[in-house]
Design a protein around this ligand. Structure first.
Ligand code: SF4
Length: 387
């Protein structure tokens, strides 16, 4: 056990963070258990992260993920890592994603999807760039994981960028090299999940060989549209629909587990009367780009190619600092109507009513998928169930 990062205090004091009446927000463990009491005394912003984790192991996780606060009354903050703590953008008490890693290989994304949630927190999201000291940072992280002897956890590559962006990857090969690096430290991870729109690239023979060496792993290919019209409108710089379908087919032929993300799901016609006063998208200034027929074609393709499952989530309209202003304005009337005119905002995004999402937007997709004998899971369920 490595306690060298911090100097533990001699003993817990009455009224200190070890006072059990204050256990919520602390690791809730004491020096009598033989662990690093200083780490145990930190206040963590999301204590449910360590729920069910043995206290000595929780302390090691905490040492890896968090900085040491200047004094015990302050909250610990996240350290900067390439293999960073997965951020579900919700407290783990509501979103039990547990401890998992996310490695965002680049910053920003050339695909420039107008609905990209990363626009809420990534400066200049459509200016893709490499990360400084990427390799050294990645190697340092893996060395530290090994030194702390952390138990294996799921790894996600990448959730706030596309790791397989054609221009950056051709120039820097960071996704390729991180796959090689992870292969050398494979035992530190459970399932490795790759999320990309660029199935044409990740299905190339060199990448497939690496995927093969990383099993158990899975590729989630994001393909919301079966028609170029919607793709060009909302994902202007992403690979074409046809090339993504072909990439999925190649991955499956190579025996790589693939899930198809029909994600995000855009509101469809007819808009139900219990939520909207009129049923046509044109009444809100929008085109009907995401028909059930189009979705059924994607589901049929997923079934025929042996994809593991379909992953879905409802369109959230980002309204944060770097959100696409045209996109936001285009969806204002549609997203406002169910709430009396003013869109409902949560975590910097406009939301649809949960009942509409459950019963119509996703419910209808589930019905179609059951006819094609393929499972549907929400993005939320998918993450929680990826172990
Ligand atoms: S591919 Fe993903 S990360 Fe890239 S712009 Fe689109 S939604 Fe954002």
């Amino acid at each position: 056990m490595n306690h060298s990062l911090y100097n533990p205090p001699k003993a817990p004091q009455v009224g200190s963070p070890f006072d059990r009446s204050r256990e919520d927000g602390f690791l809730g463990v004491g020096s009598e258990m033989g662990i690093d009491a200083t780490v145990a005394s930190f206040h963590f912003p999301d204590p449910a992260l360590f729920a069910g984790v043995p206290s000595d192991i929780a302390c090691h996780w905490a040492q890896y993920f968090y900085t040491r606060p200047k004094n015990p009354t302050m909250s610990a903050s996240l350290r900067s890592h390439i293999f960073a703590l997965y951020n579900p953008f919700a407290k783990r008490s509501q979103f039990p994603a547990g401890i998992r890693f996310c490695a965002n290989v680049y910053t920003g994304c050339e695909h420039a999807c107008r609905y990209c949630y990363g626009r809420n927190y990534i400066p200049d999201p459509t200016k893709p760039r490499e990360k400084k000291n990427f390799f050294q940072g990645a190697k340092d992280d893996l060395t530290e994981l090994r030194a702390l002897d952390l138990p294996p956890a799921p790894l996600h590559i990448s959730n706030s960028t596309d790791a397989f962006q054609a221009i950056l990857e051709k120039k820097h090969h960071h996704a390729f090299h991180i796959m090689e690096l992870v292969a050398a430290y494979r035992r530190h991870f459970t399932m490795i999940t790759f999320l990309t729109k660029n199935s044409p690239l990740i299905s190339q023979p060199d990448y497939v060989a690496l995927l093969d060496s990383l099993k158990p792993c899975q590729v989630e290919v994001s393909l919301a549209f079966a028609e170029e019209k919607g793709r060009q409108l909302y994902e202007p710089c992403a690979p074409s629909v046809g090339s993504r379908l072909e990439g999925v087919r190649r991955l499956r032929e190579a025996g790589i587990p693939v899930s198809l993300r029909i994600d995000p799901l855009f509101p469809r016609e007819p808009l139900p009367a219990e939520f909207w006063p009129t049923p046509r998208l044109a009444d809100y200034g929008l085109e009907h780009t995401h028909t059930l027929d189009e979705i059924e074609r994607l589901i049929r393709f997923a079934s025929e190619t042996g994809c593991q499952k379909i992953i879905v989530s409802a369109l959230k309209v980002p309204v944060g600092r770097w959100a696409c202003p045209d996109f936001k304005e285009a969806f204002r009337a549609l997203y406002g109507a169910p709430w009396g005119g003013k869109p409902k905002t949560r975590s910097f995004a406009w939301r649809l009513p949960e009942a509409y999402i459950r019963e119509h937007l996703i419910g209808e997709v589930r019905q179609i998928a059951s006819r094609h004998v393929v499972g549907v899971t929400t993005c939320w369920e998918n993450l929680v169930n990826t172990k």
